[in-house]
Ligand binder design. Sequence first.
Ligand SMILES: [Zn+2]
Length: 263
Amino acid sequence: MYSWENPDDRISIVHMNSELRQAQLELLSAHCATHQLRLRFSIDDLARFGQRDVLRKSVQAAAALSEYYTSIENKIPPAEADSEAPAQLTDERIGEAIALVSSYLRDQRERHFHSAAPLTKYQKALMWPYFSPALLDQVRVVELNGERLPNPPFYAEARALGFANLPEITHMHSLTFLDVVVFNEKVTERSLFHGLVHAVQFAVLGLERYTELFVRGFVNTKLHFSVPLEAHAFSLESKFMGSPAHRFSVEDQIRLWVKQGRY
Ligand SMILES: [Zn+2]
């Protein structure tokens, strides 16, 4: 077993943690793919019409992972496990978090607005079947070309308030700050669509309501992509990718979710 006292071991521990983080990221993406399945298809349909061997392999992989991580969880020393337990999130703390996130979003919007460019004719031509001309004229995009957005400065504070499992901004494809979409990676048709869905959510809900729903959704689900605002963006994105010829209004879908109280 490693020891903190041994310098070689300390290096190994650092490597181990970097691989652990990598595995966790890939688990999150598996979780995300599964979440999309869950949103789109019923368990009965999957069980009945899903390809048998693919289903079996997926079930086996999930069961083996669960067994492996549970065996680790059982060995986490109790004292440390306790200190990691999230503090109780009171309404007051949630309120503070909403204020932090909304001022971050507004600041970032101002910071990137001037270096951002309007959509190109080509991008508008790709997106017009799904978004209003007014939105496509208003939104601006920035590609960071090798740089990446850092995590927000308030993360340390948020963790101290008891928020665990905060999304790693650096690993996201893009972030939408109201009407400005900032891309950590090259803009693709798919990531542009996703970023624009959030821009419509901001336009329909307003910054304050969007932030409140986002933070409360995160507190409830503990996972960034299970927050209804995010889950909806993913499910519209898969609808867009699944049948590119099929025209639909993203704004109508979002207004429907607002009306049905699904956010
Ligand atoms: Zn998103």
